[in-house]
Design a protein around this ligand. Sequence first.
Ligand SMILES: NC(=O)c1ccc[n+]([C@@H]2O[C@H](COP(=O)([O-])OP(=O)(O)OC[C@H]3O[C@@H](n4cnc5c(N)ncnc54)[C@H](O)[C@@H]3O)[C@@H](O)[C@H]2O)c1
Length: 264
Amino acid sequence: MASSESSGRLIVITGGGDGIGRATALLCARRGDRIAILDKNGDSAKQTADAALVEGAGGALGLACDVTDEEQVAQSFALIHERFGAPYGIFANAGIDVGGLIHEMPLERWKHILDTNLTGIFLACKHGLRQMLEAQVSGSIVCTSSPAGFVALAAGSCGAYSASKGAISSLVRCMAIDYAKFGIRVNAVAPGPTETRLGWNNVPAEEVETMRAQLCREIPLGRLAQPEDQARIVVWLLSDETAYMTGSHVICDGGILAKSSISV
Ligand SMILES: NC(=O)c1ccc[n+]([C@@H]2O[C@H](COP(=O)([O-])OP(=O)(O)OC[C@H]3O[C@@H](n4cnc5c(N)ncnc54)[C@H](O)[C@@H]3O)[C@@H](O)[C@H]2O)c1
C-alpha cells in the first residue's frame, strides 16, 4: 500500500493498475489529485499508486479489489474513506474484452464479461455515490463505454462485450438524470482501439503486427490511440471545465464511428 496525504481532489479509479486507468491515474497525479486505485491485480494497483506519488499525487492508495464482488468493493471504498474521505471523482473503468459467438458462448463466460464490465461499474458507482451523497460532494463520474456499445465491430464475435458496453451507456444516461439534482455529473468516454493489453486480447500474438498495420490503414487518423489520449478526455470530464456536461459521451476513436464500412 502506498499513501500520503494532501488537499487535492480524491479520484477513485477502477482498473487503474494498467492501460487507460493507469494513464489517467498518472495524469491526475500530475495535477496534484489524490488517487485511489482499485484493481483485481493488487500488485499493479500498488505500482500505479507508487508511480502516482512520484508524479506528484497529493496521496495515493492501491488496493486489490475485484469489482465483481460487492463485499470487496464496499470494503475498498470504506478503506478509501477512512484514509481520504469521500471521493470527488470516480473513473469506473475496469473491463475485459473476451470474444466469442453467441451460439458457442458458455453461460459462465457471458456472466464473467457482464459481471466485470457492467456490474463492476454499477458497484463502483453505487458505493462511491453513497459516500458522495453523504458528504454532499458535487463531483464527477466517468464510465468507460466503447464504440462497440453503438455499433457491431467489423471483426465480429463481440456480442457479450458490445452488450455490456451498450448497457453501460444506458446506465450513464440514467445516473446522469438521477444525480443531477445533487450536482453530480455522470459522463462516458468511448475509446477507440487503444494500445493496451485488453486491446490485443482477442488477437493471437503472431498476428498483432499485421493487425496493427491493418488498423492503422482503416482508422481515419491513421494510428491507434495511446492510453494517454483517453486519459486526457477522462481528466477533462472529471474537471470543472465540463461543469455543464452530464449524460454525455466523448467518443475518442480516431474517427472510426464516423466512417461507413462500405466503399460507396
Ligand atoms: N483498449 C481498447 O482498445 C479499448 C477500447 C474501448 C474500450 N476500452 C475499455 O477501456 C477500459 C480499460 O481497458 P484497457 O484497454 O485500459 O485494458 P487493460 O487490460 O490495460 O486494463 C484493464 C484493467 O482492469 C483490471 N481488471 C480487469 N478485471 C477486473 C476486475 N474484475 N476487478 C478489478 N479490476 C479488473 C485489469 O487488471 C487491468 O489492470 C475497459 O473498460 C475497456 O473495455 C478499451
